[in-house]
Write a protein that binds this ligand. Structure first.
Ligand SMILES: [Zn+2]
Length: 646
């Protein structure tokens, strides 16, 4: 019934306010804002960004020694100690991308000088033909080794180099790193697209999306052509597996148009899917668009945890079958980082809020969980049920992926066309939007995600007429909207945005009040691990129980009415809103946000907990994987006796 009422446009249409049918109608090309245009100053993200800039980056340098030693070895310097592995340089590049975002937020001459020194070293390492993968050079292996394309990581490393170089150029205006990356990309183009070139692709996807990004920056269509070739050559038996892993492990099982689900190594797979979505955005090819949607549905409707993680299987770090979502699964942090990017591309492709619903779920839960509150230790795996799982700080791949993802929160929050501004994430601070008619300054004040009130105010020079699209979060049932202090009844459009189009003046404001009740979430009944269980969610945050808050026992059992209340506790876990209530037998219980779990030493942890009398049937899921529990799902024996049972 609720869905039906949402179809009616319930507008009190008072000129000059115009509500349009949906954000999908927004015209013109979507552009992202430069990271530096978004200044974050709220109570949630600003302290975190400070930690990533002041703690995570200095801490990460110590791990770069391994990579820098490998670079120095490649230019003939005598070095001592272990050299990096085949994927190691990607860590250096992910870290440099993190640094670039930090510099975009605030320049730092000392930090820049350090990066410039590395760029000089990279230039010295680069082969005359442009090839640059020092692991291969140091170990005298053949570049793009045709016998080991699935494992050599040549393209994965190059992809991360390209992304870092683009962002360093964007942050500083310096071209040297970008020139090195272009030269290396040109070598890849010459290798795979030149006369008599052997078709193939790197078994760890990443270069596909990086080449599209490089095409956007340079306009060189050869990069787009190579990305397209890498996608098209898959599933045709062109890359021999070096080991016993199945071809699906590196997304080579069948050609793209025959791929129905996203399978194999979860990180490789989601990077590949992101590249396909990028190609759909740039080429408009409906085959890529359809494939991106198949991958999206396969992942988000059947293969994603409620915390936004993917890849439950330890063997091959892989996706499982549909609904195979064990709570003690593998769930690598890089998979979550990759899913944030895939969700972001789906938004750019379709301009629908449901993509951002997934992005928000992954970012505020799985990704934030991956990095400790202190910013220096990390998780490789992010299971939902855990015992004494201390942070492993494993520097194979995840730590710099987490920091580069989290420092992009300002980028994920907004998108614009020449006459539209999308507010996707509710992040407090200011944002400068370069409309053709002039720069708009927008101020956002909010205590999100702890509170659902979001105040958006236009400041400074009038920016003229444009449409402001405020995302209606998928988790939100009820909301109040006020324009310049006057309540407005505006229904969200089909794309899931509240749209306000008008001639905006200095001081105009919108207040959004999102109701933020504690919701007990159910999983689709096919998810065996979550049967007769619920998970708590409030706003975008998924919660979990830790033994140390609950008498040593994280696997609590909930009764019909757990009497949940949300209590903000400034002294707990850096300041979180905890959920307090009572268990089935009346003892007090407390849940904390999933992202903050495992920050207080050893402890048991459970996201999904037993719910007494819960009956979930297979009806009316309409493709959803998780839904709020309604009271009628509880078959309370006492209510049955009273004749009130459903
Ligand atoms: Zn990883």
């Amino acid at each position: 019934m609720k869905d039906l009422t949402a179809c009616f446009v319930l507008i009190v249409a008072l000129a000059p306010l115009v509500a349009r049918g949906g954000a999908a109608e927004a015209s013109g090309r979507l552009e992202l804002l430069p990271i530096g245009n978004v200044q974050v100053s709220d109570g949630f993200w600003a302290p975190r960004i400070q930690v990533y800039r002041e703690k995570t980056i200095p801490h990460s340098w110590s791990y770069m020694e391994w990579e820098l030693r490998s670079l120095r070895k490649a230019v003939g310097e005598p070095v001592e100690g272990e050299l990096n592995g085949t994927w190691g340089e990607a860590n250096l590049y992910k870290f440099l991308e993190t640094v670039a975002y930090s510099l975009a937020i605030r320049r730092d001459p000392e930090l820049e000088q350090r990066v410039d020194g590395i760029v000089d070293l990279l230039r010295a390492c680069q082969q005359p033909n442009g090839y640059l993968h020092v692991y291969v050079t140091n170990n005298r292996k053949p570049p793009w080794d045709p016998a080991f394309l699935d494992g050599s990581h040549d393209g994965y490393v190059l992809g991360h180099m390209i992304e870092a170089a683009i962002e360093y150029h964007a942050a500083t205006g310096k071209r040297d790193f970008l020139d090195i990356a272009c030269k290396a990309a040109d070598e890849a183009c010459n290798h795979f697209l030149g006369p008599n070139a052997p078709p193939g692709f790197c078994g760890h996807a990443e270069l596909e999306m990086a080449l599209v990004k490089l095409y956007r920056v340079t306009g060189n269509s050869r990069y787009l052509e190579l990305s397209r070739a890498f996608v098209e050559w898959r599933g045709r038996g062109l890359v021999p597996p070096a080991g016993p892993t199945p071809r699906a492990y590196f997304q080579d099982g069948v050609p793209l148009r025959a791929q129905r689900t996203l399978d194999g190594h979860a990180v490789r797979a989601v990077f590949f899917a992101t590249g396909v979505a990028d190609l759909a955005i740039e080429t408009g090819d409906s085959d890529y668009r359809l494939a991106a949607h198949r991958f999206w549905d396969s992942t988000t409707l059947r293969r994603m945890t409620i915390t936004g993680s993917i890849g439950p299987r330890k063997e091959h770090e892989a996706f499982g079958e549909d609904y195979e979502l064990p709570n003690d699964g593998y769930y690598e942090s890089c998979g979550a980082c990759g899913l944030v990017d895939f969700a972001h591309r789906l938004f750019l492709l379709e301009r629908r809020s449901e993509s951002i619903d997934v992005l928000e779920r992954v970012l505020y839960n799985a990704v934030l969980h991956g990095i400790a509150l202190d910013g220096v230790t990390t998780y490789y795996c992010n299971p939902l049920s855990d015992r004494d799982h201390l942070r492993d700080n494993c520097w194979v791949c995840c730590p710099p992926n987490l920091s580069r993802t989290l420092l992009q929160v300002g980028r994920y929050a907004y998108a614009r066309t020449d006459r539209d501004l999308f507010v996707n994430l509710f992040v407090g601070g200011t944002v400068r939007v370069p409309f053709p008619s002039g720069e708009l300054l927008l101020r956002v004040e909010t205590d999100y995600p702890w509170d659902g009130e979001v105040n958006v105010r236009v400041e400074g020079t009038p920016a003229g007429r444009f449409a402001l699209h405020l995302r209606k979060p998928g988790w939100s049932d009820g909301a109040e909207l006020l324009l310049n202090g006057v309540a407005r009844k505006v229904a969200p459009g089909d794309a899931g945005y509240w749209t306000f189009e008008r001639e905006w003046k200095n001081g105009d404001s919108i207040r959004l009040n999102l109701e933020m009740p504690v919701q007990r979430m159910m999983a689709h009944p096919n998810v065996v691990a979550c049967r007769r269980k619920v998970a708590l969610q409030r706003g975008p945050l998924v919660y979990g129980f830790e033994g140390l808050d609950n008498g040593g026992k994280a696997d609590v059992t909930l009764g019909t009415d757990p009497r949940f209340t949300a209590v903000h506790q400034p002294g707990l876990l850096g300041g979180v809103t905890a959920i307090r209530g009572v268990a089935a037998r009346g003892e007090p219980i407390q849940a904390v946000p999933f992202f903050a779990m495992a920050n207080r030493g050893s402890s048991t942890q459970e996201v999904w907990v037993e719910q007494e009398n819960l009956t979930v049937t297979g009806e009316w899921w309409l493709g959803a994987l998780y839904r709020p529990m309604r009271e009628e799902r509880l078959s309370d024996p006492r209510r049955a006796e009273d004749g009130h049972q459903e």
